[in-house]
Each structure stands twice: as structure tokens, then as C-alpha cells.
Design a protein around this ligand. Structure first.
Ligand code: PDD
Length: 284
């Protein structure tokens, strides 16, 4: 199982225990991040740590460590676990206190936990593309916070799994929001459309890397709300996340997207994204 970080200390993961009254356990009262590691190096680490800080602040948790300290702890954890290719999972909760909905008093310290997991790149799915289903987005109205409360997301993902699909594409009425653990993009006449990063979706780090790559490479993007109908008429559809990178979607609710195989813009972005990983983390 290797090592984990508990409140700044690297310890055997099997010794990393939290109390039954930890508020993360009881209320989902905390936030998290998933960071990719390639060649033993963290990809877009600054962006993840900034979002971690922002999510924490949004729910009134003050992180007990400065960003630079967290980064150093995570680097040490990667070394200690000898992780080359995988992810870091990190979360902070409001801490342990007698169960009560209101926040505990100020002397209760947040619980910070991190551990690593080996995970290869999903190369086969990236090659062939994946199947998805549409589901109603039943989540709360602060999806911009990377909250531990993931019930809406896991129910959506489970529906996808039961339908033999990789992901659920969520919609509020006619408007497509995001995947259960990914952001969604369509391509129409060479232009990429994706939901604006407001309170209804998570501002994905992978999404932002893609938007940046588009602007640097002259690929047109419109960050605007698109509908289920737009999705059905799209030339290409893909999703993005830390673990899935740029993932082509070839079927939605059993219907083929265009020709049912990954298309040009998606392929180009996959290549640009791989280049970006190599720029930051070295040759893959
Ligand atoms: N999920 N939207 C949701 C709801 C997500 O949970 C995620 C990430 C994303 C993509 O964000 P990013 O590009 O920063 O990974 C969008 C992570 C990977 C997870 O929960 O495992």
C-alpha cells in the first residue's frame, strides 16, 4: 500500500487513520484534488493547488499548510512511493468534532490526507473512443467547488457503468453541463463549444489546458452553453479530465457521433495535449 500523508507527515498508509467523527466521513465536509503524475513529476501542479485553495476557501476551510509546503510534501510522497505513472489523491476536511451540522470552533484543525496510486494512460480508449449516456444533472448549484459530496456524480457514473458506458453526460433540461467526472466538448464546423466555467460545472484543469492549446494553435473555441440537440448534431464530441486526458466520445445513448470514430480536431488536440505533458514532465 505504500505511504500516505496525514496532516503533513508521511506515514505507512495502513497507519493513516481518521476518526469516525471526521466531518469528511460524516458530512462530506471537505474538498479534494486528483493530480496526474507522469515520469515521477506532477502535471499542472500549480493549477491543482490553486484550485484546492480556492475550493477550501469557498467552504470556509483554511488550509493548515502553504501551497509551497503542500507541493514539497507531495513531491516527497511521490519519491517515497517511487511513483512513476499514476495519480495523487488529496483531500482536506473541516476536521474532527462531535457531530453537529454547524462548523466546529476555530481550534478544530482540518484533516489533510494524500496518497498515490499507479495508473497508466487510458491509451486504448483514447484510440477507439468511448460510449456515453445522457442523464439529468441533479446536483447542487455550486459544482465549481471540488467538494467531497459526490452523490450526484456517483449516481450518474453508476448509471453509465450499468449501461456498459464510460461516462454520463449530464444536462439541466436542454442544456448540457458536464460529465460525472469530466468536462464535455463538441466540435461543429471546426469550432469547439464547451460550457462556460461558472457555478454549474467544475473548472477542469484539463479543460483549461485544452483551451490554452486551442488559442495558441488557432483552433476556434466558444465557451457557451450548448444543448442536447447541438450534441446530437455535433461533428465530434470529446471529454476531458486529469485521468482521461482528451477522450473521444463515439456513441451517446446508443447513437453514433457522426461516423462513430474519433475525428480530426479531437486527434489534433490529443497530440497537442501529449506534447504539453512532455513539455512539463518529459518524454512519455
Ligand atoms: N474528476 N468535472 C467533474 C465533475 C470532475 O469530477 C472532474 C475531475 C472534471 C475534470 O477536471 P480536471 O480536468 O481538473 O481533472 C470535471 C476527477 C479526476 C475525479 O473526481 O477523479
Amino acid at each position: 500500500m505504500g505511504f500516505a500523508i496525514l496532516n503533513g507527515e508521511i506515514i505507512e498508509r495502513s497507519n493513516a487513520m481518521v476518526d469516525v467523527e471526521d466531518r469528511g466521513y460524516q458530512f462530506g465536509d471537505g474538498v479534494y484534488e486528483v493530480i496526474r503524475v507522469y515520469n515521477g513529476k506532477m502535471f499542472t501542479v500549480e493549477e491543482h493547488l490553486n484550485r484546492f485553495e480556492r475550493s477550501s476557501k469557498n467552504i470556509g476551510i483554511t488550509l493548515p499548510f502553504a501551497k509551497e509546503q503542500v507541493k514539497e510534501q507531495l513531491e516527497n510522497l511521490i519519491k517515497k512511493n517511487n511513483l512513476q505513472l499514476g495519480i495523487i489523491y488529496m483531500q482536506v476536511t473541516r476536521g474532527t468534532a462531535p457531530r453537529n451540522h454547524t462548523f466546529p470552533s476555530g481550534d478544530v484543525k482540518p484533516t489533510v490526507v494524500a496518497y498515490t496510486k499507479e495508473l497508466s494512460r487510458p491509451t486504448e480508449n483514447m484510440q477507439t473512443g468511448v460510449k456515453t449516456i445522457l442523464v439529468e444533472d441533479i446536483r447542487w448549484l455550486r459544482c465549481d467547488i471540488k467538494s467531497l459530496n459526490l452523490l450526484g456524480n456517483i449516481l450518474a457514473k453508476q448509471q453509465a457503468a450499468e449501461a456498459g458506458c464510460f461516462e454520463s453526460i449530464q444536462h439541466r433540461g436542454e442544456d448540457v453541463t458536464e460529465g460525472s467526472s469530466s468536462n464535455i466538448f463538441i466540435v461543429k464546423n471546426g469550432v469547439i463549444h464547451t460550457h462556460p466555467s461558472n457555478n454549474l460545472i467544475l473548472k477542469g484543469i484539463t479543460k483549461d489546458v485544452i483551451l490554452d492549446l486551442c488559442s495558441k494553435n488557432g483552433i476556434a473555441v466558444e465557451e457557451r452553453v450548448f444543448t442536447k440537440e447541438d450534441l446530437n448534431n455535433a461533428d465530434e464530441v470529446f471529454l476531458s479530465s486529469t485521468t482521461a486526458e482528451v477522450m473521444p466520445i463515439v456513441k451517446i445513448d446508443g447513437r453514433k457521433v457522426k461516423n462513430g470514430s474519433p475525428e480530426t480536431v479531437t486527434r489534433r488536440l490529443q497530440a497537442l495535449f501529449t506534447e504539453e505533458i512532455e513539455n512539463q514532465c518529459g518524454k512519455l
